[in-house]
Design a protein around this ligand. Sequence first.
Ligand SMILES: [Zn+2]
Length: 280
Amino acid sequence: MRKLTIASVSVTLTLAAPASAELIGGCQFDRDTLTFAGSPVEQATCLLRKVELMGKKSPQPLPPVIAQLMEQGGAPTAAQKAAAIAVFPQLYRDYALGYQDLPASQTEAGVPLLYFVIHDTSEPFMGAEPFPRHLDNDPKVNSFASYLAAEPVAHIFLNRQGQIWAAHDFSIPWRATKLESRVVGPAARGRFVHIETVQPRRFLPGATNRGQTYGPKPGFTPAQYKILAALYVYASARAGHWLIPAFHSTVDDGIPDAHDDPQNFDLKKFAKKLDRLLSA
Ligand SMILES: [Zn+2]
């Protein structure tokens, strides 16, 4: 009897260990809780490391406004939500007003939205051609045409002029990272929302494959940071809590063939727009 008891205990432990012990990637995503490791401040610090050439990540300090939101918790006020909506360009402003009371996504198991993932589109891809001279006003760079697909990759596309094309409302569980699509699978859908921010790419000198590219500097326009901040506040309001901001490349850190976006993202500029919006 005694022997049997010990044996069954050890079997239970063996079976339980792999499921709860598996942490994925550099920010240690737990596939059971669908959460990265640490407090919200620690998660944001890992997920907002600067993404450099070829996807190298470098630590950078969390801007005070983001640190404060992560520490205090809570949700945007009604006034902050209204201020965010007021920043949106038409026609998205009307769209956002129409959907403002619909709760944001959750997973099929009922786990609520928590991560606001910032991408760069890496399009248009110039190959070895130079970047267009007037990037921010270039019709080809700022056209949404190439993102109109049967299954658009992200919730939102944001061009360099601050115009928005909403592909999926924030209530729709969707995926745009390898962590969601290849590693965890459909169970993760709804935990993340995705913003594709338009930035072209071209080959690094001598490169011939899409894993070796670079983006322009500055990477994004003031209009993109401003709208991105408003989208962050609006999506957080829909979720009922402050979301944890993240980059595509840090979410997928450690996963083979991970993308290296966003490039040249200035976290301080984003935080400045967020600070201004929240104190308006
Ligand atoms: Zn991406």
